[in-house]
Ligand binder design. Structure first.
Ligand code: HEC
Ligand code: HEC
Length: 379
């Protein structure tokens, strides 16, 4: 935004102060242009954080802003990198002080549609609150800004670029530069991380040639009674449990898929799933079903990044769990007493395995990783 525009903006802000704010359902207000294919609804938006282009633009800057981390080395976009479909390529995330996180960094495409966030926690469930965890949290330290909020906000308010972006994004409270505004803007940007244009999407919208014959066979297997991946990986994001009719029955599901079996079914101390919150033995190893979109870009896989390849992931589901034969995590995950009864051995020929891989590859959306609207403004 040039200097002139800024002057105009200040003028407009002064005017706006005398007028009632425009309500999002005002018929005069065209609303936010989500640019979605026909039939795809935008994600839900909280009533107190209406989506605007100006807020998204501020949020995009903040998402890629290294000054949001203690050692200036971790923006949101460092761990959630666009080229990797908003993951980092590490087994487990590494914070600003080099603290190793217990979990693999999840992909953020379609995160605005998710009712539950985090690998093992049904809370915090709102983007505006979630981001305070990496920003301010200390267990583990991710961005390390806890206790430095005031300095951060002062620094942003003193930067002419941010003063301008905040004022444009929050015309009703232009001088605030508060943590609430920062969170609302980043969340608004996150809601634009939408991926619904993979080859499989286009195939399901009627383009017969969008996917290969192998992927078509894989799609049939994925939904078949025999293989049944869709029982857990259904819905828009291939991350929601479904019933026999293929209808989504819950936004998120939590399962132990038999990756480990240490002592009496224990998972490694670094990440044990829902049990860390509930203390219930039966919650050992239960993690949220991840989205199967954009897997080409998001490896390594699983809550701890312990699976390197898609072939490896499919082998685990075919075997009904993972057998580890050496090293500290030796054990037969197939026999984990807390494993979901839904995870049972499946007979899959080598051809069927490669058809399933072809299907998973058809869920990767090039537009997401190349879209300049989602890229860092600082390059
Ligand atoms: C050090 C790397 C790192 C940084 C920096 C980071 N994240 Fe994350 N992010 C993660 C990891 C790891 C998880 C998984 C957390 C868990 O389940 O315990 C996660 C989870 C999330 C989720 C939940 C996604 C889901 O589907 O479960 C969102 C949303 C998110 N991060 C957004 C952000 C935003 C916004 C920022 C910047 C304020 C940010 N992250 C900074 C690593 C990072
Ligand atoms: C009972 C529910 C369930 C079924 C059935 C199921 N999955 Fe999963 N899937 C999960 C859960 C839960 C995870 C994460 C487990 C973890 O990290 O501990 C997962 C993880 C994955 C991952 C890793 C994704 C990532 O980003 O880390 C892939 C790939 C995958 N599943 C593919 C499949 C395929 C293919 C099938 C069918 C053969 C299938 N799943 C069947 C629940 C299920």
């Amino acid at each position: 935004m040039g200097h002139n525009r800024w002057v105009v903006l200040v003028g407009l802000l002064a005017l706006a102060a005398c007028e009632a704010p425009v309500e999002p359902d005002d018929p005069e207000d065209p609303g936010y242009d989500w640019q979605l294919p026909a039939g795809v609804e935008p994600p839900p938006v909280p009533a107190d954080n209406p989506q605007t282009a100006e807020k998204v633009e501020l949020g995009r800057h903040l998402f890629y802003e290294l000054r949001l981390s203690k050692n200036l080395n971790r923006a949101c976009g460092t761990c959630h990198e666009q080229a990797k479909a908003f993951t980092d390529g590490f087994h487990r995330a590494v914070g600003t002080d080099n603290d190793l996180h217990g979990h693999n960094t999840p992909a953020l495409a379609n995160v605005g549609y998710r009712a539950q966030l985090g690998w093992r926690s049904p809370t915090p469930d709102i983007l505006e609150r979630q981001l305070l965890v990496p920003l301010l949290g200390d267990d583990p330290i991710e961005m390390g800004m806890g206790g430095n909020e005031a300095q951060l906000l002062e620094l942003l308010a003193a930067d002419p670029l941010y003063a301008e972006l905040f004022a444009a994004a929050f015309p009703d409270a232009p001088t605030d530069v508060s943590l609430t505004q920062l969170a609302q803007a980043i969340a608004a940007f996150e809601r634009t991380l939408i991926s619904v244009d993979a080859p499989l999407d286009r195939y399901l919208r009627g383009d017969e040639d969008a996917i290969t014959p192998a992927a078509k066979r894989g799609w049939a297997l994925f939904r078949s009674d025999q293989v049944g991946c869709v029982r857990c990986h259904g819905g828009l994001d291939y991350a929601s449990p479904t019933n026999a009719a293929g209808e989504v029955v819950a936004e998120a599901g939590y399962y132990n898929i038999g990756l480990y079996n240490l002592d009496e079914g224990a998972y490694p101390d670094s990440a044990q799933g829902l049990i860390e919150l509930t203390g219930e033995a039966s919650d050992m190893g239960r993690f949220r079903v991840p989205s199967l979109r954009n897997l080409v870009y998001t490896g390594p896989y699983m809550h701890d990044g312990s699976v390197i390849s898609l072939e490896g992931a499919i082998d685990i589901f075919a075997a009904g769990g993972r057998v580890i034969t050496s090293g500290p995590y030796i054990g037969d995950g197939r026999a984990n007493p807390h494993k979901s009864p839904e995870i049972q051995p499946i007979e899959l020929s080598p051809d069927q395995r490669s058809d399933l891989v072809a299907l998973l590859l058809a869920l990767s959306d090039e537009r997401l990783v190349e879209d300049p609207a989602l890229a860092s403004p600082f390059k």
